[in-house]
Write a protein that binds this ligand. Sequence first.
Ligand code: PLP
Length: 405
Amino acid sequence: MRPILKSSKLANVCYDIRGPVLERARQMEEDGHHIIKLNIGNPATFGFDAPEEILQDVIRNLSAASGYCDSKGLFAARKAIMHYTQEKQIRNVQMEDIYIGNGVSELVVITMQALLEDGDEILIPVPDYPLWTAAAVLSGGVAQHYLCDEQSGWLPDLDDIRAKITSKTRAIVIINPNNPTGALYPKDLLCEIIEIARQHQLIIYADEIYDKILYGDAVHTSVASLADDVLFITFNGLSKNYRAAGFRSGWAVVSGEKSHAQDYIAGLNMLASMRLCANVPSQFGIQTALGGYQSIYDLTMPTGRLMRQRDVAWKLLTDIPGVTCFKPQAALYLFPRLDPKIYPITNDQQFVLDLLLEEKVLLVQGSGFNWPFPDHFRLVFLPNVDDLTEAIDRIAHFLQRYRKR
Ligand code: PLP
């Protein structure tokens, strides 16, 4: 029979967070092994429950949620998102500028597909959350990766951004707070990125899904609050701040200078209509999520579970010889560096596979975030302190053996 091949459009699309190493971990679990999973930022699976009042709203409204709704989402939910954009001082947002989707993920794909012609370029950070690169490439675009600088707390390298702009560059992506590094961007840096966008007429896509998961005295600024003469699309949702990733509920907000972008916005509207609407039941939770008790702050305060886990994981990791790591100011991840002189890794996917096989700990390799060197991995610090301690202990033992290979 003629082989059934995948589309050539997928040739360069890559999403390794759920890639071959995870597949191997699944097989090991089927064979009865217990794996400590530090690979996916899914809070609910580590006992971080979604706020009860959100669940109750969804349950209470279930009988009214069996029909399609407006393609952009329920009115009350979008109104609540509009109030949130006002709180964040995002400028020039009307109701029609708010799109609710099946998670930020769906909206990232829609916003890329509506924009990119084959060969158009888009500036995406490395390391990145790899959905951005995958969605751009799937849409025919070319991901131009700009470096974030570990030495300066993983802040975007502005010179590298400038050097990578060509006549085909259409947009720049900012992930702030950042996955996988945990960096939080200061206002003056955001202003400099806006200035670059202004000069080269680029759209700014701002992925702010971790904007409430902040540690210490960290404060988040929405880049779209800093200018009204650039087009911004800001992304957020229920998955992280409200620990409801399984609800698949996120939103995108178009703001700033929209008058020259009416054709693009018509494209967004069309793609939003083609998928009819996002999951309706979970939209009933959005108003309460945004307007209700913000229990995330109980978790991120100094005595809160998330902050304690971040501190423990960071300390244990950086105590291992040859391991250094920026201490995250936000989000749920550590992105440590393994000194190549001590750990001469050539294939970081093989490295995390070996760790899985030998120690039954699952991580994601740095190259899964498009990081160009085989010297980093990402660790999710959602498991409780006992599991984190056990896992990092095993990583330390593995590394000790790895040095002697
Ligand atoms: N953006 C970033 C930076 C993420 O880390 C994630 C998920 O881990 C997403 C977007 C996807 O979010 P959603 O669950 O809303 O699709």
